[in-house]
Every structure is written in C-alpha cells, then in structure tokens.
Design a protein around this ligand. Structure first.
Ligand code: PLP
Length: 262
C-alpha cells in the first residue's frame, strides 16, 4: 500500500479547530499520514482572547529533524510560527531536507482577533519563507500585508496582490477571498505567474469558520502529497473546506459581540 507522508509545522490550538489539530484531522480525512512539529501553543480564554506560548527553538528543530530527516515527508505545510528565530530555522530545515512540495500558510492574524499576532515576524515570513513555497495561501488581510497594498476589496485588487506576491518567488499564490470578500460568493484566486484560476462558490452565511484557513491549506498539502497538480489540489481542497463550513457547528454556547469565530 502506498502511504503518503505529510508534516505540519504549526501552532497547537487548544480549542481543537485550527492549527496542528485542524491539520492532522484534515490529513486523516484525506487519507495521508500526518506528522507535526509544534511551534507555539495557543489557549483561548472566555472572551476568545488568544494567549500564545512559544515553543523553544531547539525543540522545534528537534521535531523538524524527526519529520523531515529521520522519517521524511512527501509534502509539508507551515502555519503559525511565532518568532523570527523559528521562521529562520524552519526555512533552513526545509531547504536542507530537499523536500519539494511546500505549502506556506502565512498565519498573521486569527479570525476573531483583530490585532496581528506577531507583527514583527511578518517581514521575515515574507523574505525568508514565502520564496520557498510551492503554494502560498494568504487570506485577504495577509495578502494585503504581503503585497504592501491597502485592504483588498475586489477580484481585481486580489489579482494585483497575487502578482506582487508572486514576485517574491513562490511557484503559485492562492489569494483567499473567502467570506471576507464583499459580495455573494467566496472567491479564491490562484496565480502561477502567467494566468489566473478562479475558484468560486456561493457564500455560506456562518461565523463558524475558526480554523478554515488551516484546514484548507492542509487539504492542499494532502492532495499535493498524493501527486495532484496545484490547480487539482486547490479544487479538491476548496470543495473539502466548503463542505466543512456547511456542516460546521458553534464550539461555544455563548454568543455575544466577541464571538466572531467559534
Ligand atoms: N494556528 C493556530 C495555532 C491558531 O490558534 C489559529 C487561530 O486560533 C490559527 C492558526 C488561524 O486560524 P484560522 O484558520 O481561523 O485563521
């Protein structure tokens, strides 16, 4: 039996909806073997404030060695990384391992939390990790930050952001309009440096989208590990995440002004 191996290099989300937990559940659902290297630990409080506890860089490096060198992976993805030191060592480990299929989810902000998680690391993410990507998967906010543009409001602006991000060096850029894009449809745009593919579904009106970005990029990683092309992997992942959102549930019984996401 052919076993496809994947690794997620990301944070733990104690609520179970995002981060490593979302990635490993997605890998399992899509029939690939999932490994992990934990970079941060996130705990949410009663008002959904996110408390982020970093993992020691040496501990991250040891886990990367297990997954990328001792065992070896067909594809990897990164999520929340937490510090410049960790971004740098992840980039070095990826380059040294020779792994060719790399999905970079440039986690800069969590849904439901308005402030950026680690503003100081965004520049490093852009300079050091994005250039290595087979696919980089920014949401609208992250795409604006990576491209140096004002908040993106339209498909035309998403296209311009994708062009600018592509110049950083990734093979493909997937700008996810998702639920944030004004209008009735959740539109994502894939750019390979010459042409655009549009992935479009009718929006599902729900706030239960915590972890959607993590699961989407994990699904792309799983499909790439199986040998699918990037456009095929994105199409399957988009269908997977759309069904996930359609069947979503509220994690908390409390519904109030701060309940953006769970
Ligand atoms: N990674 C971790 C560990 C998180 O805790 C979160 C949000 O809580 C995210 C990533 C981003 O999640 P989302 O896909 O909802 O933006």
């Amino acid at each position: 039996m052919q076993v496809y191996k994947t690794v997620t290099i990301a944070g733990s989300d104690s609520s179970g909806g995002a981060g490593i937990q979302a990635d490993l559940k997605t890998f399992q659902e899509l029939g690939v073997y999932g490994m992990s290297a934990l970079t941060t630990i996130v705990a949410q409080d009663e008002s959904w404030g996110h408390h982020v506890f970093p993992v020691e860089p040496d501990t991250v490096a040891a886990q990367l060695r297990t997954a990328l060198e001792v065992i070896g992976a067909d594809a990897c993805k990164t999520g929340m990384l937490g510090s410049i030191r960790v971004i740098e060592l992840v980039a070095q480990a990826i380059a040294a391992s020779g792994i060719q299929t790399i999905v970079i989810d440039p986690v800069m902000i969590c849904k439901g939390v308005d402030e950026e998680l680690h503003p100081e690391v965004n520049e490093c993410l852009r300079e050091v990790l994005v250039p290595l990507a087979t696919v980089v998967t920014p949401n609208l906010i992250e795409a604006a930050k990576l491209s140096g543009m004002a908040p993106l409001q339209s498909v035309e602006e998403m296209k311009e952001a994708a062009r600018r991000i592509h110049r950083l060096g990734p093979s493909y850029v997937l700008v996810k309009g998702g639920g944030r894009l004004p209008g009735d449809n959740a539109i994502d745009l894939l750019y390979d440096g010459s042409s655009f593919d549009i992935f479009e579904v009718e929006k599902i009106r729900t706030t239960n989208t915590h972890g959607a970005g993590c699961s989407y990029s994990a699904a792309i990683t799983a499909e790439l590990a199986k040998g699918r092309s990037v456009p095929e992997a994105v199409a399957t992942a988009k269908a997977f995440i759309t069904e996930g959102i359609r069947h979503s549930f509220s994690l908390r019984s409390f519904v109030g002004p701060t309940n953006h996401s769970a």
